[in-house]
Ligand binder design. Structure first.
Ligand SMILES: Cc1cc2nc3c(=O)[nH]c(=O)nc-3n(C[C@H](O)[C@H](O)[C@H](O)COP(=O)(O)OP(=O)(O)OC[C@H]3O[C@@H](n4cnc5c(N)ncnc54)[C@H](O)[C@@H]3O)c2cc1C
Length: 443
């Protein structure tokens, strides 16, 4: 019999979770998570940007995700212990208290997260506690890659084509029907956990225009997977609709759950294959997996380049004179640049915490190429607002657009008005997010 501490990070799920696999009858399992609270203000090169890392909307979404996981665990005879404070101190204390032999957690991207898990490992080793940090957030596991981590291709197409020759899928693990019993723990721990759970940040009032009106947690994520793929069969025309701007089904909207790990990429892949068996494969079913490979590409790139993900010169260490004009930046943040397509996107982001990929590319391009402002400021604003914020995808995509990342093209500049003509010819998207003054300006 052994006692395992599961440090819940961005893996808020029971399906396809290796932290829950291989547990024996009679083992003890203590799932534990740090309750998210207010984040520090953002400062880049000593310039305070005037907002915290995370908007309360994402904190609330994470808290709701944790509470949803707690329900799922309780339904299987377990529970989730919520703690406040610094993870490594809390976890080391707890491990000693329950006599844990093993700590398991999912690998998290981002240099701070990696440093945190390494520091915890160093703290636990002298206590005789083994730790397993499991890489399970990508579709493709690292050992299936046809190249060594330090030989990762710099260009996505090379990454994908080499991978597609050797990798054809990795199975998702089933949800365990039952979980091991909890170890004995002084009751004040559970009382403190209960007190935290009793006071969550209230979810933001839903804006009826939001493209992401969904709840947090695994149950909501799996329901959306089923709805998007099978009930609405929206997967079957994803390639034609994915550049859309309005509504729920132009794209999958899986990203906020993927970021928290309430949905696994392998579970999505399994659903795509299932759909193909039932209704046939087409360019759209291929394309959703193609996009998940983009996500993987950014994850492996972030792991390969470490802190360079956040450097001004990016992974290319490129020198460029960026502007640091706070007032222009603030106008961009508020959606008051004067470019109606860009402003609509920025208002959608600030109002709902979600933005389509098409709009993300346009607002990012405007900041770095039209205003010449440091791309890291824009990335920080996205980090603040996005429900689906993920370090690798956010900073990776920003670097790509700023020309300091993986893009083989030196300049990825979008003509935002041509984009508006192409993707919002009727003006309905701008009408939805801009005010009456804009609408009357159309005459
Ligand atoms: C400047 C910028 C910042 C971004 N920041 C983030 C971020 O913080 N978190 C995040 O998850 N995505 C980010 N993206 C990628 C992309 O915009 C979102 O993943 C996508 O819009 C989410 O909506 P969806 O789930 O409906 O996507 P779908 O079109 O349905 O795609 C399915 C999944 O594929 C993955 N995917 C699709 N496009 C990309 C891409 N370009 N890069 C990486 N993965 C992709 C996502 O996991 C997505 O959920 C960013 C893109 C840009 C241009």
């Amino acid at each position: 019999m052994s006692c395992v501490l599961w440090w819940v990070r961005d893996d808020l799920r029971l399906h396809d979770n290796q932290c829950l696999s291989g547990l024996q009858h009679g083992d003890r399992l203590l799932p534990v998570a740090i309750w998210p609270t207010a984040t520090p203000p953002v400062e880049i090169d000593c310039v305070p940007l005037g907002f915290p890392r995370s908007h309360t909307r994402r904190l609330a979404f994470r808290q709701q995700g944790l509470l949803a996981l707690r329900e799922q665990l309780r339904a299987r005879g377990s529970d989730l212990l919520l703690l406040e404070g610094e993870a490594r101190v809390q976890l080391a204390e707890l491990a000693a208290l329950v006599g844990a032999e093993l700590l398991r957690c999912s690998h998290a991207t981002g240099s701070e997260e990696v440093a945190e898990q390494a520091a915890l490992q160093r703290m636990l080793a002298p206590l005789g506690l083994r730790s397993q940090i499991i890489w399970q957030h990508t579709l493709v596991p690292p050992d299936a890659l046809p190249f060594a981590p330090d030989a990762l291709p710099r260009v996505f197409t090379t990454f994908r084509t080499q991978l597609e020759k050797v990798w054809h899928g990795s199975p998702a693990l089933p949800t365990p029907a039952q979980l091991p019993e909890l170890p004995t723990l002084p009751s004040e721990y559970w009382a403190q956990s209960e007190a935290l759970a009793a006071n969550p940040i209230p979810p933001a009032a839903a804006d009826p225009r939001s493209a992401f009106p969904f709840a947090a947690g695994e149950r909501a994520a799996l329901a959306r997977l089923d709805q998007y793929v099978f009930q609405r069969r929206a997967l079957g025309h994803y390639k034609e609709t994915r550049n859309g701007l309005l509504g729920h089904d132009y794209s999958s909207k899986f990203s906020p759950w993927l970021a928290q790990g309430s949905l696994s990429a392998r579970q999505i892949h399994a659903a795509v294959r299932d759909y193909e068996r039932q209704f046939g494969s087409n360019a759209s079913t291929y394309w959703l997996v193609f996009e998940l490979l983009w996500r993987d590409f950014f994850e492996f790139t972030a792991a390969r380049h470490g802190p360079a993900l956040y450097w001004r010169g990016g992974i290319q260490r490129k020198t460029r004179a960026w502007r640091h004009a706070l007032s222009d930046f603030q106008r961009w943040c508020q959606g008051e640049t004067g470019d109606d397509f860009v402003d609509a996107g920025l208002r959608e982001l600030a109002t709902s915490g979600y933005l389509s990929n098409r709009a993300r590319q346009n607002v990012a391009s405007f900041l770095v190429h039209e205003l010449g402002i440091d791309w890291r400021w824009g990335a920080a604003w996205f980090e603040h607002h996005l429900l689906d914020y993920a370090p690798a995808s956010n900073y990776g995509n920003w670097q790509y657009i700023a020309g300091v990342g993986n893009d083989p093209r030196p300049l990825r500049r979008f003509d935002t008005q041509a984009q508006a003509q192409r993707y919002d010819a009727s003006g309905s998207y701008r009408a939805q997010w801009l005010d009456a003054a804009w609408q009357s300006s159309l005459g």
